[in-house]
Design a protein around this ligand. Structure first.
Ligand code: HEC
Length: 112
């Protein structure tokens, strides 16, 4: 009986880990990608070149970048003084960093 419970608990834990760990890894990868490729101009979700074009939720929504797809588009193709990343990042990496940006914007770029 005890053994069965132990197996059930273990099974639940493994199932949980399989769901949670990949999500967590993507967040970490997103942060790393952002720190490597974006933070130079977008420190703390700001924009050191074009002051109004920040990565804060309000600005993103106002400028038409309130979705992951729209963010991925500007990262892929660039715009103005922001260069295109299609030759430097894979489409998967672009997806991950775009999701990270939107996620951070929703949390108001709070450190956590
Ligand atoms: C060389 C500086 C520079 C780097 C590096 C850079 N950006 Fe930008 N980014 C800009 C500038 C300048 C704009 C404004 C473009 C425009 O609308 O003219 C911008 C705009 C944006 C916007 C739209 C913001 C808005 O409110 O309109 C997003 C989203 C964005 N960048 C994401 C990223 C991501 C993600 C990375 C890293 C993969 C990155 N940027 C790297 C300079 C940079």
């Amino acid at each position: 009986m005890l053994k069965r419970i132990a197996i059930a608990v273990l099974g639940a834990l493994v199932g949980w880990a399989m769901v949670v760990i990949p999500v967590r890894a993507e967040t970490v990868q997103g942060a790393t990608l952002f720190e490597t490729h974006c933070v130079g101009c977008h420190i703390n979700g700001g924009n050191i070149i074009r002051r109004g074009k920040t990565l804060k939720l309000k600005a993103l929504e106002k400028n038409g970048y309130g979705t992951e797809a729209a963010i991925a588009e500007i990262v892929t193709n660039g715009k103005g003084n922001m260069s295109a990343y299609r030759d430097r990042l894979t489409s998967e990496e672009i997806q991950i960093v775009s999701a990270y940006v939107l996620d951070q914007a929703r949390q108001d770029w709070r450190k956590h």
